[in-house]
Each structure stands twice: as C-alpha cells, then as structure tokens.
Design a protein around this ligand. Structure first.
Ligand SMILES: *Cc1c(COP(=O)(O)O)cnc(C)c1O
Length: 245
C-alpha cells in the first residue's frame, strides 16, 4: 500500500523537528547560536514528491551528489511546487563532479561543495567568469586519507590554496569533508577538528582570505561536527530515512 501524503508529511515533520533540536543543542554546547548552522537536507535517491513535502516543512537547502539525478528531480519538482516555492530552494552539489558535467552543474547548483582538484577549480572558474558571476565553492578535503574518497589530501591544501584562491571565477567559501566511518560519533571528532584547524591555518597564512564555511557532519555525527565548528551539516537519513541499498 502506498503511504498517504499526510503520513509522509507528519513523519517528515517529526524527523525534521528532531534534527533541528539536535542542531540547536549541539550549537549551544559549542558556544554558538543555532542559526549559525545551516541544515542541508541530503535528498539523493529521494523522489521529488518527498522533497516537495520537505520544502513545505520549511527546508530550503538540499544536497545532491549526481548531476543527472538533480536535473530530473528539479524538472519533476515543478509538479509539486509553484515557481516561487522552487525559487526559494538552494541546491548544493556534494558529490564528485566530472569536468564534462561542470557546465550543467554550474547551472543547476547554487554552490559546489565538492571541488576536489585544482583542475576542477579551474574549469569552474572559467564557467563563473563566463557567466560574470563567481561560483560559490567549498574545497573538499579527504581528512582520513582514504583511497575510497575524493578530496584534497590535508597536506596538499596549503600548497594548492593560493592557486585556487586566485581564480577569478570562483568564490571559495570554505572547506568540506566526509569523516571516515566511525564506531562512535566521538571517534570522528579529531577529523572535524583537523578540518577546522586547516581552515584557521589558511586564514592565518593568507591575508584577506575569509573562509567562513565548514561543511562537516552527516546523520551519524553531525552533533559532534557542530561542537567542533561546523557551519553546514549535510543530513540525509535522519530526515528522509534509510536509502535503498
Ligand atoms: C550521502 C551524503 C551525506 C548524507 O549522509 P547521511 O548519512 O544520509 O546523513 C552527506 N554528505 C555526503 C557527501 C553524502 O554523500
């Protein structure tokens, strides 16, 4: 039997409320204001109808990891949201981007969180310069040094940073990471701290650089990430439930 629309609605409303409460509590623990943390709802594999319900519940930032899936979803969202509601939503790319899809990505997404190479940064910068609007990006850092993950190696960031920061069509807003899978959320804490310290170091070393955003923390570990300074958390399963395997 298909879940009724109102069941989907009340279920999502409960889950979103719980996540917001956990964000607020962690922000207070970290000595920050709940409003300083942006919740990006990770809607990969979630269909347009449920995304629309989440948007009606007040979520405004959505994260996706595939360009094609996002293009199709945005198309279908037109059935459930009027143009003003759709215009209120922002889309973050959080997955690896192939340079041959960069042009479409620059059109669909308001921010690319997963810039993971100098080459991709250069391609995005050309697109931003062409459009006359620098592309907001985060640099993805592979804090755990895992071969399964993309991102700059932590040691590589300080040396690559000046080249990237000088690109005219980019607006580098901060750093992003996916911490290694941990047995307990606390095990991820050193990785979040590493990202924050890396950001602090860049700001110290390069005069005039502002990197306000730290995108870190997912369903398993976002409260710890907030305690360590996250300004953006990317939460999927805690909002939408388990994804299909
Ligand atoms: C899937 C994904 C998330 C969300 O993960 P959950 O465990 O569902 O919260 C966050 N960030 C990235 C980069 C992802 O790919």
């Amino acid at each position: 039997m298909r879940e009724s629309h109102s069941t989907i609605e009340s279920d999502l409303a409960d889950r979103i409320a719980r996540v917001r409460e956990a964000i607020a509590a962690a922000a207070v623990l970290g000595g920050r204001r709940p409003d300083d943390v942006t919740l990006v709802a990770v809607s990969k594999t979630v269909d347009a109808e449920r995304v629309a319900v989440a948007a009606h519940q007040g979520l405004a930032y959505f994260g996706e990891n595939r360009v094609q899936e996002t293009a199709e979803k945005l198309d279908r969202l037109g059935r459930y949201l009027d143009p003003a509601e759709r215009a209120r939503l922002s889309w973050d790319l959080i997955g690896h981007l192939q340079t041959n899809k960069a042009r479409v990505a620059a059109r669909l997404f308001s921010r690319i969180q997963s810039v993971d190479s100098v080459r991709l940064a250069e391609v995005m910068s050309r697109l931003g310069a062409e459009a006359g609007r620098p592309v907001p990006v985060l640099l993805e850092v592979n804090v755990g040094g895992e071969s399964s993950k993309s991102g700059f190696a932590p040691a590589e960031v300080p040396s690559s940073f000046p080249t990237i920061a000088a690109l005219p069509g980019l607006n580098v807003r901060g750093l992003m990471t996916v911490a290694p899978i941990a047995a307990t959320p606390d095990d991820a804490r050193p990785y979040f701290r590493m990202l924050r310290e890396l950001r602090d170091r860049l700001v110290r070393e390069y005069e005039g650089v502002v990197l306000p955003e730290l995108s870190m923390g997912m369903t398993g570990d976002y409260p710890v990430a907030i305690e360590e300074g996250a300004t953006i958390v990317r939460v999927g399963r805690a909002i939408f439930g388990e994804r299909p395997a």
